[in-house]
Design a protein around this ligand. Structure first.
Ligand code: ZN
Length: 540
């Protein structure tokens, strides 16, 4: 190609942005919201306490998929955010956990950490992050390709902000808990825009100092006990019950992270982004991705049957109401499409589950140590594993040792599987070979397969039994399993393109991108494995 031709086509590509196609029904703005750790049952349990214009706006005037499920493991934050707008699980996009053992560098890596980029807005390393480990594209990229959409993303968590927003949003911002400021990285830009600087200068985190978190509703409106068994404590506190007091000056800028003040901060940033970026004011639809992280922090400590969780969800409802009221006043909700879901659910604390007659247990975290001792016994002393810890049930074999000892990998994998299943803690164990061949059956098998990335995953994948919590913590709870408490999440679509109603249809998290793409009449992301729910589309 001649120099002239090159310049010509660059110009055409650039000018093309101003004549991109649109259809009459296209909204001016799409708002994609993730509420971190929002279980499906929260919306049903707490609905009587919701305002008219928060969650209820979506539940009553939108399409509410009441049987939305994650169809892969692990059900954790990084994969959840990478999946819901890309339409594929970890098998496709490669985000197989919040962090994982990286076979190439032989060390644990965070799903968004990026040593090749620089922090912007802070001098520490909290900004050194990008979507470079994400494979493929999300609806954010598809909207940019089709409409030339401006994409802005914000969350307290870096992964909550980065992974949904695709490969090249106009901005992605997350919270630096060392300085109490929102930051980004040189992957996106060289300097924070003035509206983010102004937002940081408001010093909202400092303003939470001394604030009391008390119940919003009368005490008898709360389900279960405030003294729930298995509950942990907020940072710096000695009590597990209301009231809670924020002490930023003593405990640092992340002390309010697990309280409603974290959601307040996120809402304020969302409102500032709408104004600062003039989102929804142009010819073509823009996209705002918001992820509310604080419910997750609270849920890990207090569990799903606590007063704190009920209060967090009801207070978040009021934050959503503020956001939707603002959109109504500025853009008009007729011109807005909203999709809201969660990145995973959460298990009850094992102690609570046990008290309810269920098999709640905590696995002490000794599995790998015990397994290594068994291996030494069976095959003689050796370094049989690349990583000494389980990474979301993944075990990484050291093939060099197997080769030296002339051990057949299949025999070793059978030995490990038999041992794992004999411990009584695990429900299932799959080998790399099985998964590469697609030889799995049932719901759990399908979830493991959709979560298995051929390049990055381990040689065996273990799945714990229901109500069994891996890890060594003594209180609180976690998520990551294929079971309903972790995988069943609310999925809501709002906007002119959707027929309002409650739909208990079979619907997976990987169906969101296909459904949204159909509503916007654009091509879906390349790795999407889902299909649109035609029943909810106003004009399919
Ligand atoms: Zn999460």
């Amino acid at each position: 190609m001649t120099k002239f031709n090159q310049v010509f086509w660059v110009l055409v590509a650039w000018l093309g942005l101003s004549v991109l196609p649109a259809h009459a029904q296209a909204p001016k703005l799409v708002v994609a919201i993730v509420v971190d750790q929002l279980r499906y049952d929260y919306l049903e349990r707490f609905e009587p306490h919701f305002s008219t214009n928060g969650f209820r706006l979506l539940m009553e005037r939108g399409a509410f998929m009441t049987f939305g499920r994650y169809n892969y493991v692990p059900t954790v934050t990084g994969p959840g955010h990478a999946s819901y707008l890309s339409g594929g699980g970890p098998a496709m996009h490669g985000i197989m956990g919040n962090s994982w053992f990286d076979k190439k560098t032989r060390q644990d890596v965070s799903c968004v950490s990026d040593s090749k980029v620089q922090s912007v807005g802070t001098t520490n390393s909290s900004g050194k992050a990008s979507p470079h480990r994400f494979i493929g594209a999300t609806m954010a990229d598809q909207m940019r390709l089709h409409f030339g959409s401006k994409v802005i993303s914000a969350s307290i968590k870096d992964r909550g902000s980065i992974l949904a927003a695709g490969k090249k949003p106009a901005g992605a911002y997350w919270y630096d808990a060392d300085t109490g400021r929102f930051v980004t990285s040189s992957y996106y830009m060289q300097e924070l825009p003035s509206w983010v600087k102004e937002f940081n200068n408001r010093e909202l985190p400092q303003s939470y100092e001394g604030r009391v978190w008390e119940r919003l509703l009368p005490e008898d409106s709360y389900h279960y006990s405030d003294q729930g068994i298995g509950e942990g404590r907020l940072q710096g506190e000695t009590n597990t019950v209301f009231n809670h007091i924020v002490a930023v000056s003593t405990n640092g800028f992340d002390t309010f992270y697990s309280t409603p003040f974290g959601d307040h901060l996120t809402t304020e940033l969302g409102l500032a982004a709408l104004k600062g970026e003039a989102l929804g004011q142009g010819q073509h639809p823009d996209l705002l991705c918001l992820s509310f992280s604080s419910l997750d922090g609270c849920g890990h400590i207090f569990g799903p049957y606590s007063h704190e969780i009920q209060d967090m969800v009801v207070r978040l409802d009021r934050q959503l109401e503020r956001l939707f009221n603002h959109l109504e006043q500025t853009i008009g909700m007729d011109n807005v499409t909203v999709v809201l879901t969660s990145d995973h659910g959460v298990a009850p604390t094992p102690e609570f589950a046990k008290a309810m007659g269920l098999n709640g247990t905590r696995e002490g975290g000794n599995f790998m140590t015990d397994l290594m001792a068994r291996m030494d016994q069976e095959y003689g002393a050796g370094k049989y594993f690349l990583s000494p810890s389980l990474s979301y049930g993944n075990i990484f074999l050291n093939y060099q040792t197997l080769k030296e000892k002339q051990l057949a990998p299949t025999a070793v994998m059978s030995f490990i599987r038999d041992y794992a299943l004999s411990t009584g803690f695990y429900q299932a164990c799959y080998t790399r070979e099985q998964l590469l061949d697609g030889r799995v059956s049932g719901w759990i098998g399908q979830c493991v397969l959709n979560g298995f990335n051929a390049e990055r995953s381990g040689d065996l994948v273990l799945v714990n039994k229901p109500f069994a919590i891996p890890g060594s913590s003594k209180t609180g709870t976690t998520h990551g399993s294929p079971y309903s408490y972790d995988s069943h999440v609310p999925i809501l679509f709002y906007g002119k393109a959707f027929k309002p109603g409650r739909y208990a249809d079979e619907f997976y998290i990987t169906d969101i991108a296909a459904t949204l793409a159909s509503a916007l009449r654009i091509e879906g992301p390349p790795g999407s494995i889902g299909k649109p729910c035609v029943r909810i589309l106003a004009t399919p």
